[in-house]
Design a protein around this ligand. Structure first.
Ligand code: TUI
Length: 313
């Protein structure tokens, strides 16, 4: 049996991306019911909000699901305590080093899968006791690192013994098969789930993802040390030109505050941050989360089988 499936008690080795403001109990339960690991994103929310989402997810699924904890959240300590208390199946983390929380989570039986953007952090996470690491390439949406999935995944796989999950740019069966070839035991998928029927985001956000082409994302904030990948719009253009003026990083972050919520909840995809990965160009239709998962793994299995018969030289 696949190591990630065994670790998490799931049918397919696919973990939903964190996706602040997007990943609520509906999509988390739908991904888990579809055989993957659904996630509730804590984003910048407080612990009581996350508790409510956990309770609602439990009404929609009896399958394991996880919580994604964005480490810049001021309520991170309370949310860590909450997931231990609620005995959540797994935690993924983003935008930081969760080292000091790993032992406490494991004590409570919570599996820990930090998202890393470098080999150095992957190695530190293994030493801290993480169960697996998610190697996320710069193709991903939202807060990103510098390395691509193509080069990060095999280097992380060489550096650690624990299973590696590949993330960033994986949106179909080809991506899953490629991830396996790079040494990953599973994948994390965010952008494709934006187009899931069960994903409760504004239709304007969904439409923008469905219409996106290969070159339609851009990373803002590279110059201020907080790179974030979003779909190009007026807001992206404005903040990119602000960066060129050498704006103070704190002022820059203030300019971005609240813009993700505007796009997700209010459907303002002109002034809001429409976070999505470079794989948005591969996302063509709305489907249920279960259909997305089935399709990706049927395609990947066929490709991996066919690869055995392919003569390269
Ligand atoms: O975390 C993400 N993606 C996110 S979080 C998010 S919410 C947010 N919104 C606005 C600004 C900032 C955050 C939206 N998207 N992905 C996982 C990820 N983690 N990608 C890169 C990293 C990362 C980067 C550096 C993890 C650790 C790190 O260094 C930590 C250290 O101390 O070495």
């Amino acid at each position: 049996m696949n190591e990630i499936c065994k670790l998490l008690g799931i049918r397919y080795p696919i973990i939903q991306g964190g996706m602040a403001w997007v990943a609520d109990h509906h999509i988390a339960a739908a991904v888990s019911n579809g055989g993957g690991l659904g996630l509730i994103a804590a984003g910048n929310a407080d612990a009581e909000f996350v508790r409510g989402e956990i309770r609602k997810a439990r009404e929609l699924t009896d399958k394991p699901f996880g919580v994604n904890i964005m480490l810049l959240n001021p309520a991170v300590d309370e949310i860590m305590a909450l997931v231990r208390e609620e005995r959540i199946a797994a935690v993924t983390t983003g935008a930081g080093n969760p080292g000091k929380y790993v032992a406490g989570l494991k004590e409570a039986g919570v599996k820990v899968l930090p998202v890393v953007a470098s080999v150095a952090l992957a190695v530190r996470m293994e030493r801290a006791g993480a169960d697996a690491v998610i190697a996320e390439g710069t193709e991903a949406g939202g807060h990103i690192g510098e390395l691509t999935t193509m080069v990060l995944t095999p280097q992380v796989a060489d550096a650690v013994e624990i299973p590696v999950v590949a993330a960033g740019g994986v949106a179909d069966g080809r991506g899953v098969a490629a991830a396996v070839m790079l040494g990953a035991k599973g994948v994390q998928v965010g952008t494709r789930f934006l187009a899931a029927h069960e994903c409760n985001i504004s239709q304007a956000y969904k439409d923008m993802v469905l219409k996106a082409k290969d070159t339609d994302t851009v990373a803002t904030g590279r110059s201020t040390g907080h790179p974030v990948r979003i779909l190009k719009n007026r807001m992206a253009k404005e903040v990119l030109s602000l960066e060129k003026t050498g704006i103070d990083p704190e002022e820059f972050e203030n300019r971005l505050a609240g813009t993700l919520r505007m796009a997700v909840k209010d459907g303002d995809v002109v002034h809001g941050s429409v976070m999505a990965g470079q794989s948005a160009g591969l996302v063509k239709k709305e489907q249920t989360a279960a259909e997305i998962i089935e399709e990706m793994f049927t395609e990947a299995s066929a490709l991996l089988k066919a690869a055995g018969a392919t003569e390269l030289v």
